[in-house]
Write a protein that binds this ligand. Sequence first.
Ligand SMILES: C[S@@+](CC[C@H](N)C(=O)[O-])C[C@H]1O[C@@H](n2cnc3c(N)ncnc32)[C@H](O)[C@@H]1O
Length: 277
Amino acid sequence: MLIKEAYQYIKGILTPIYGEGEANSITRILMEDAFGYTNPARDGQFPKDKVPLLEAFLKRLEQSEPIQYVLGQADFYGLKFHVNQDVLIPRQETEELVYWILENHPSKQSLNVLDIGTGSGCIPITLKKHRPDWAITGVDVSIGALEIAQQNADRNGVEVAFRQMDVLGVESLSANWDIIVSNPPYIPLDESRLMPKNVLKYEPRLALFVENEDSLLFYRKIADLSLNALSENGRLYFELNEYNAEEVKAMLLEKGYRTVEIQIDINGKQRMISAQR
Ligand SMILES: C[S@@+](CC[C@H](N)C(=O)[O-])C[C@H]1O[C@@H](n2cnc3c(N)ncnc32)[C@H](O)[C@@H]1O
């Protein structure tokens, strides 16, 4: 099989499942990241000994497994991150949250930063890459996630302190954080039936869902803890569910936070909020 035929072969299998646009994009990622080919018009043979691996990947993709889990890596803010089913696949909205934090804190001077629910470590590792003088800690309840986060820090050549914490089970945080950031679980269980099947099947429920009765559980708890843990003028940042932005804003104002600001994402949705102690 020629390399250009391999592109056509993969697209032919994936298009009925994913549609043309998505199938093209997955084909490109697969050929580039797994086999090192960047040019669909390239001549030459696709190596015979790589065909079994290609078939194994296609089998998983045919089951709608996300390409990031199939390849074991995801792109985030121009960096590569290991991912497996212990961690959420980093999302574009979260890249925007990181961008917003970097934009709001241009100073290179050292800041103490805490990321709660760190998952793959995409937030603290990217911040550290761009602000090497910041001292950054990431916490998560999941040991599996923390192992991946540490691998990602090593892979990207930065030092971030990772430790286990059940944020719902602690009474207080150590103090003096200049920035506390969190992309917490925020999808009410009831909304699970509206979600794509492959997200439900493959991504960790622990990372996604909260009980229907209290969908702001993590926001409220982290806001309470942060009131006593942020430095003077320290800032809290949350990624939001587009439907809960106003509720989270009202909750933060009620708790006494100042300059509470909602930020719109690239799709015009209210996906981030920041508040000052
Ligand atoms: C929405 S994911 C965010 C992951 C990563 N920060 C990102 O943006 O891609 C939420 C994370 O919170 C973690 N988590 C869930 N419950 C937690 C708890 N009680 N305490 C600390 N972390 C928790 C999950 O393991 C998951 O990694």
